[in-house]
Each structure stands twice: as C-alpha cells, then as structure tokens.
Ligand binder design. Structure first.
Ligand code: FEH
Ligand code: ZN
Ligand code: ZN
Length: 343
C-alpha cells in the first residue's frame, strides 16, 4: 500500500509502497478515509523529538474498520471511527482514567502513538494496537472528522482546564489561527461567554477568525501595537486566558505581556519560545501551562460537539501522493484550517 514515511530527522518524508497491515489479537485495521496534516509533523521532520524512524506519519486519523483481530468485540467491519492518537500503556492509573496523553509509563513505551514512532494514518490502511483507541463517529464524515482527533481535541483539552476562568467579563486571546487555532475559536464560542481576541501575523488567518466569530482579530506583526490593542480591550485586569498555538518567542512574549494576574498562559505550539520570568512577570497568580493533546473521553466530547453542529472542521483535501507539497504549503502558512490527505 502507499504510505508517507518518516525516515529520520532532517530528511524529507518519502512516499513508499509497504505491505498492508493485518490485525493481531486485540488489534484493528482501519481503511483510512483521511489523515490530518499537523504542524507538529514539521517539527518531527526537522528536529530530534526522540522518535526513531522509519514509521508512517499521520497522527490525526479517521476511517472505517477494515478488519478486527481475534477477541475484539463491540465493533464491526465498516464502522466509521476516529483514532485516539496518544497511545499510552493502557494499564496505569492515568491511562485507566482515559488520559493516555499523560500516561505514567510514556517514557518506556518507545512511541507516542500512530504517526509518532508507530505507523500512523498517512496510508491506505492503519493498524491500531487496541480497540480502546477507537471512537465511534456516528453520522460524521470521517474525512472531515479526522481533525477532531487532534486539531479540535488539543484545544478542547486546554480550554476545558481554563473554563473556570472564562466568565462573561473575561478576555481570552487565541494566538495562531491555523489547524488548532481555527478550532479553538469555535470551541470558545461554543463553550464560553468570554470576549474572544484572535491574533495572527497573517491577514488571511485573521479574516478566517472573524468569519468564525472572533470579537477582535489583531495583527501581531507589530507586537507592541498588538499588546496595546489587547490591553485596551481587556482593561486593567489584562487577558484572563492566553492560548498560544504557535509557541514561538514572539508569541510567548506577547502572551506573557498581555496576560493578567490570577490568569492562565497556555503554550501549545512547539515553536521553542521560552517564558522569561521576572518579578510580577508573568503577573502574580498566572498559571503557565503546557497541555498535551487530550483524553479519550474528551475526544468523545469533541465528536459530540461536532455531531451537534457546535464546531465544524474546515479542511483542504489532497491526494496522499501530494504529501510533500502539502508539508511545503503548511510550512509557508498556505493552509486554511486543516489539510487532510486522502489515500
Ligand atoms: C505531536 C508530537 C509532539 C508534540 C505534540 C504533538 C501534537 O501535535 C499532538 O497533538
Ligand atoms: Zn498534532
Ligand atoms: Zn499508561
């Protein structure tokens, strides 16, 4: 079957022909409908994140059950499913709570999940090691549902932790309106009454945020002007929650500058920025958090939000064979919403 493979750090991905997987006991093989293309893949390709190749890329996947391994019950061939991406040990207390994204034994697993050390979904078929990592899609189209498993689940997890702060008079800033940011805007509109400020250095992304309901959309190419504008909107309290989906030095600095006391600065993007600490900076009472992905039950909640029409992934689809060109477009900021590869 055709697949997009990570070879090793510093090398471009390659389109290869590899054997189709077959399920062992407890495992499931999916026919992939769509594999989302996440900006984290660029970091995986460019930097050493400790993942040993070769493996098939794609950690944001959905499709239909193709074959069930011995002992798998409760599913049938043809069922549309999303793949829960952060594969934990399944045994520890944290995994048993469904938060496999924070598995206690992650260091000894050897991989972070499909597309992250184990074979992922940028292929015609994908092996899922346990049926517990499948979530039913109901009537959702698996191509459009694939981004729910990362581009929606990751911001949902971060927003859910911040909900107690997101009261009617609060201000929340979303930095980076890409794959995760365009879902964060929708999730915040669906879940909170807080004033929503979108921030990005690309006018097209700001237009997208306005279309999705952001109350304000600020250009961050002039950091001082953006900080001043956020200060005027948020008032003396400052921003209550900042969600940085870029994580570069400029965006971390902007977030730390605009967040107020007793607030939350959340850095999700892998841009490598550092939070500089000094007296009352970030302001006293600010929680700096670095969430990772989300839990299995939170993926079920995100799918339910999509089924009820509260959130809607915006996807640009491409044939699998165009993966390298899609990674280039992603690198150049030319993808609106989320790119999804179709095997
Ligand atoms: C992937 C690999 C490493 C860190 C973070 C990620 C996210 O894209 C997963 O949602
Ligand atoms: Zn990702
Ligand atoms: Zn575990």
């Amino acid at each position: 079957m055709k697949a997009v493979r990570f070879i090793r750090t510093g090398r471009p991905a390659e389109i290869v022909d590899i054997p189709r997987p077959t399920p062992g006991p407890g495992q499931v093989v999916l026919k992939i409908a769509g594999a989302g293309v996440c900006h984290s893949d660029l970091h995986i390709l460019d930097e050493d994140l400790g993942l040993k190749g070769p493996f098939v890329l794609g950690h944001e996947n959905a499709g239909w059950i193709q074959a069930l391994g011995q002992g798998v019950e409760g599913w049938k061939e043809g069922d549309p499913v999303a793949v829960y991406g952060p594969w934990g040990c399944g045994r520890c207390r944290t995994c048993q709570s469904s938060a496999e994204n924070y598995c206690d034994n992650h260091a000894s697993l050897g991989t972070m999940g499909g597309g992250l050390g184990a074979d992922g979904g940028m292929a015609e078929y994908m092996l899922v090691p346990s049926a517990r990592q499948l979530v039913a899609l109901g009537g959702l189209d698996p191509v459009r549902a694939a981004p729910l498993s990362d581009a929606a689940l990751t911001p949902y997890h971060a927003i859910k932790q911040a909900l107690p702060l997101l009261t009617p008079e609060a201000t929340v800033v979303v930095i980076g309106i890409g794959g995760l940011g365009h879902m964060a805007v929708q999730l915040l509109k669906a879940l909170t009454p807080a004033t929503l400020i979108a921030a990005d250095n690309d006018p097209a992304k700001l237009d997208h945020a306005r279309q999705l309901g952001a109350s304000h959309a600020l250009d961050t190419r002039d950091g001082d002007a953006a900080a001043e504008a956020i200060g005027k909107i948020a008032g003396p309290r400052g921003a209550t929650v900042v969600l940085d989906f870029v994580g570069a030095q400029a965006t971390v600095d902007l977030g730390a500058r605009v967040v107020g006391r007793n607030s939350r600065l959340t850095v999700v993007g892998l841009g490598g920025g550092v939070v500089h600490y000094a007296a009352n900076r970030p302001p006293y009472g600010c929680q700096v958090t670095v969430p990772y992905w989300g839990s299995r039950t939170e993926l079920m909640e995100v799918i339910s939000l999509a089924q009820d029409g509260h959130i809607r992934t915006e996807v640009e689809t491409f044939p699998l064979e165009q993966a390298l060109d899609v990674y280039r477009r992603l690198r150049e900021g030319k993808i609106r919403g989320r790119a999804v590869l179709l095997p």
